[in-house]
Design a protein around this ligand. Structure first.
Ligand code: G1P
Ligand code: ZN
Length: 542
């Protein structure tokens, strides 16, 4: 039976870079999740009988919200919900299911790489029929609905058991519980030459994958161990836990330090990788080398044709603005399109749908292609493995020959986390005020050639996004970018992105910190970071 429950609005349900993200206790306030889900349904323009995909990264509170979402879907006229067994679906797997099953959309419960547990983070994302994150006009519409919501609809009976595969009914709606891995693994088999990768592994090539106690564990075990023949134990931390074992499921230098340590050792495996909470990010390593995500995007763009799914070549590449320009150099050399978008995967959807680009990437360890409409951690791992299986060179050798051909873009991102919100706004505001007078200014050997606040006009639908980050470009092409995170749940996070292009092969062996030294100092001088935030060092350097 449908029950209509009276509710009142919350004023803080504006989706950020990637859905609505708050601390778990915040989400546990009365009707907080239900208000947002009803607002999604109200903004979705349902005509009845639609299919909805529901799943999440398994973090604390996942199951409760999934059960609520199923009951609300039944009361809002959906014909079918497709739910991952136990409530699990990685973000790319959910994107695939939406597309494959012709769903009108999907609800993905995740706060990505943020920590989980009763005091950790939680999040709700809505994806549309193309499988991708809702674009800004839809997230805006959802936000508008949250401001005036006065009721939500929910089915009174409890839903069927989501830990058992199969179909059951809730009212008129079918609840279909599926194996979260099967469709995704089948898609990967279509894109990549599993036979060749299996041969590579059988020939003694060794690998390690850290699932960080998050959702990719079951996917990686099935694909890497069962289908590709990597020995058991290749996948570490492979059982998803509600609190990710107490860690941050973020594959970066701080949180994946153990695997990075292994990869730097004398007896390191040939290849190492890790993924994040919801399986859309990736970290790629070889023996003695961590591949920066911006470089990984460039290498994948240059070599994708070696995998069967991309044998015809790629149409173009898109990268988020703060991502290094390494991929641009590949696109220029190959004569394919290159697009620079604001941060967040939602800006790639139109370009992918229109066939303008095949591969997309962000410096934040996200790469993906037109196979789904989300970034995809295991996809990046498998494309790398396919390339390695074809080239039979080490990761390090591939990087060195890539830099020799295209030049090396040294790159770092510095994060200042949980800084005072007012100080952060003041810093950005001051930069903004000084933009007009910036060109021509000299800092040491660096001369500013251009400075702006990045805005983007979508070439497909003409929509405009403004205020997407302050860019300071120096003559010679070096860049410093400043922006505030749109995914944090406490205070503000300042991200400073620093890059420098180096064509001279004899200098490619430099340590990025050394190669970027002057720019790093200049970033503090121009941004007044120390003065305004009181911080002398970033919390995380990636
Ligand atoms: C961060 C990353 C961004 C990514 C997003 C979601 O957003 O920087 O590239 O798309 O997480 O995974 P931010 O916190 O910078 O707004
Ligand atoms: Zn993620």
């Amino acid at each position: 039976m449908i029950e209509t429950i009276a509710t009142t609005p919350y004023d803080d349900q504006k989706p950020g870079t990637s859905g609505l993200r708050k601390k778990v206790p915040h989400f546990q306030q009365p009707n907080y999740a239900a208000n947002f889900i009803q607002s999604i349904f109200d903004a979705a323009g349902l005509s009845g009988g639609e299919t909805l995909v529901i799943g999440g990264d398994g973090r604390f509170y996942n199951r409760e919200v999934i059960l609520t979402a199923i009951r609300m879907a039944a009361a809002n006229g959906y014909g079918r919900v497709i739910v991952g067994q136990g409530g699990l679906l990685s973000t790319p797997a959910a994107s695939n299911l939406i597309r494959k099953r012709g769903a009108s959309g999907g609800i993905i419960l995740s706060a990505s790489h943020n920590p989980g547990g009763p005091n950790g983070d939680f999040g709700i994302k809505y994806n549309i029929a193309n499988g991708g994150p809702a674009p800004e006009k839809i997230t805006e519409a959802i936000f508008e609905k949250t401001k005036t919501i006065s009721r939500y609809r929910i089915w009174t009976e409890t839903p069927p058991d989501i830990s058992r595969l199969g179909e059951a009914k809730l009212g008129d709606m079918v609840v279909e519980v599926i194996d979260p891995v099967a469709d995704y693994a089948a898609l990967m088999e279509q894109l990549f030459d599993f036979g060749k990768i299996r041969d590579l592994i059988a020939s003694g090539f060794t690998l390690a994958f850290d699932a960080m106690h998050a959702v990719t564990g079951p996917y990686a075990r099935e694909i890497l161990e069962n289908r590709l023949g990597a020995p058991q134990g290749t996948v570490r931390n492979g059982v998803p836990k509600e609190d990710f074992g107490g860690g941050h499921p973020d594959p970066n230098a701080v949180h994946a330090a153990e695997l990075i340590g292994t990869m730097m050792g004398d007896d390191a495996p040939d290849f190492g990788a890790a993924s994040d909470g919801d399986g859309d990010r990736n970290l790629i390593m070889g023996r003695g080398i961590v591949v920066s995500p911006s470089d990984s995007l460039a290498v994948l763009a240059a070599n994708a044709h070696l995998a069967p799914g991309y044998a015809g070549g790629i149409a173009g590449v898109a990268r988020s603005m703060p991502t290094s320009q390494a991929a641009d150099r590949v696109a220029e050399a190959r004569g394919i399109g290159i697009y620079e978008t604001p941060t967040g995967w939602k800006f790639f959807g139109n370009l992918l749908d229109a066939g303008k680009v095949t591969i997309c990437g962000e410096e934040s360890a996200g790469t993906g292609s037109n196979h789904v409409r989300e970034k995809d951690g295991l996809w990046a791992v498998l494309l790398w493995l396919n390339i390695l299986a074809e080239r039979r060179e080490s990761v390090k050798a591939i990087m060195e020959s890539h830099w020799a051909e295209f030049g090396r873009t040294f790159y770092q991102r510095h994060d200042y986390e949980e800084i005072d919100k007012r100080a952060a706004d003041g810093l950005m505001g001051s930069l903004h005020d000084r933009l007009a007078s910036m060109a021509g200014q000299r800092f040491g050997t660096l001369v500013v050639s251009e400075a702006d606040d990045f805005s983007y006009k979508d070439p497909v639908d003409g929509s405009v996004a403004t205020g997407q980050g302050i860019r300071i470009v120096f003559s010679g092409g070096s860049r410093i970018v400043y922006r505030l995170s749109g995914t944090g749940t406490k205070g503000a996070t300042l991200r400073v992105y620093i890059e420098r292009y180096e064509k001279d092969v004899s200098r490619h062996g430099q340590d990025p910190a050394e190669a970027l030294k002057e720019l790093i100092e200049t970033a503090d001088a121009i941004g007044e970071i120390r003065k305004r935030t009181g911080r002398s060092e970033p919390d995380v350097v990636t």
